[in-house]
Design a protein around this ligand. Structure first.
Ligand code: SF4
Length: 311
């Protein structure tokens, strides 16, 4: 078996205080044409290695003792961790074999009984592979929020970007999560339809996101990653990326059309040109007014500079 390589940290903004514990490296759906994980090789981490890291973390947090040979990253993360939240890496760690996932969660809870919440990225396919009862087993062990990338509500775009899931799959997965009582956070990507399908992408995304009706929604903005098909499409002039202000227009369309029950929606991710946040539906007018002010001024200095955007 090849040595497990600790993955780079990609996490949702709301997980900034979490400890990042890798169960996998890469993503089981490594075909998304815009994604850093495109072409990545999925690695499953040995459960004993996961437990050894949890032990090392526990020893360090309780007695400030380090274990020889342990990855220094463990201690770097431990130094800034408040002991409340854990984020399981990597791109879709819900793919980790279910009995081992339960074992890892039990071990974490045993060592850190005061944990408040455990979170994970998941694909719609990962969710549909699990029954409601299995998801409830996770929740009992504090894995209570799943972050899922819808990316676009438009099926043609979903197909073209290699998502391997349809909007109907996304809605079905959201229903299952809701039935199990876990929280759902759904990410969408502004600009994924390019200039040509900008409006259509935004409207379809608002529609599907409404049907998923998650507790949390997050907009990201397309960021071009080298060595991906999307990079090649742009370089060869076959995909026309939207401008920063067009991304705000898409954001406006999504917020204006979202029909959700109670959803904290934000564009806090570092890839966005403007950060807005609020709870929908009640904060809709306030959020739209902020966007309209910036759109009317058209002043680029009000936006996050290109060089400060991140993945
Ligand atoms: S499913 Fe998510 S993490 Fe995996 S390749 Fe697609 S966008 Fe990237």
């Amino acid at each position: 078996m090849s040595r497990f390589e600790r993955p780079r940290i990609f996490r949702p903004p709301s997980e900034w205080m979490s400890y990042y514990l890798p169960l996998t490296s890469g993503c089981s759906n490594n075909t998304c044409t815009f994604c850093y994980y495109y072409g990545s090789k999925l690695q499953m981490r040995d459960i004993e290695e996961v437990k050894a890291e949890v032990d090392a973390l526990h020893l360090y947090k309780t007695k400030h003792i380090g274990v020889p040979g342990m990855d220094p990253m463990v201690y770097m993360l431990a130094n800034q961790w408040d002991g409340r939240r854990v984020f399981l890496q990597d791109g879709d760690a819900l793919v980790y074999p279910f009995p081992k996932l339960i074992e890892a969660l039990d071990y974490l809870n045993e060592r850190f009984p005061d944990l408040e919440r455990i979170a994970v990225y998941a694909t719609a396919q990962d969710i549909m592979r699990r029954s409601v009862e299995q998801l409830q087993e996770l929740k009992k062990r504090k894995l209570s929020i799943l972050y899922v990338g819808l990316e676009s509500g438009d099926d043609e775009i979903l197909r073209e970007i290699g998502k391997n899931a349809t909007s109907a799959d996304m809605i079905a997965a959201a229903k299952r999560v809701d039935e199990a009582g876990l929280d759902l956070s759904v990410m969408v990507i502004l600009g994924l339809g390019g200039v040509d399908r900008s409006e259509r992408h935004a409207l379809a995304t608002a529609d599907v996101l409404s049907k998923m009706d998650p507790e949390f929604g997050a907009a990201l903005t397309l960021t071009v990653v080298e060595n991906t098909p999307m990079h090649d499409l742009i370089e060869s002039g076959r995909f026309h990326p939207i401008s920063p202000f067009q991304s705000l227009k898409e954001l406006r369309t999504i917020i204006a059309n979202l029909k959700v029950t109670d959803c904290f929606f934000s564009s806090m991710h570092a890839s966005n040109y403007l950060t807005i946040r609020g709870t929908l539906p009640q904060d809709r007018e306030k959020m739209l007014a902020t966007l309209d002010r910036v759109l009317q001024k058209g002043d680029a200095s009000m936006l996050r500079p290109e060089g400060l955007r991140g993945l």
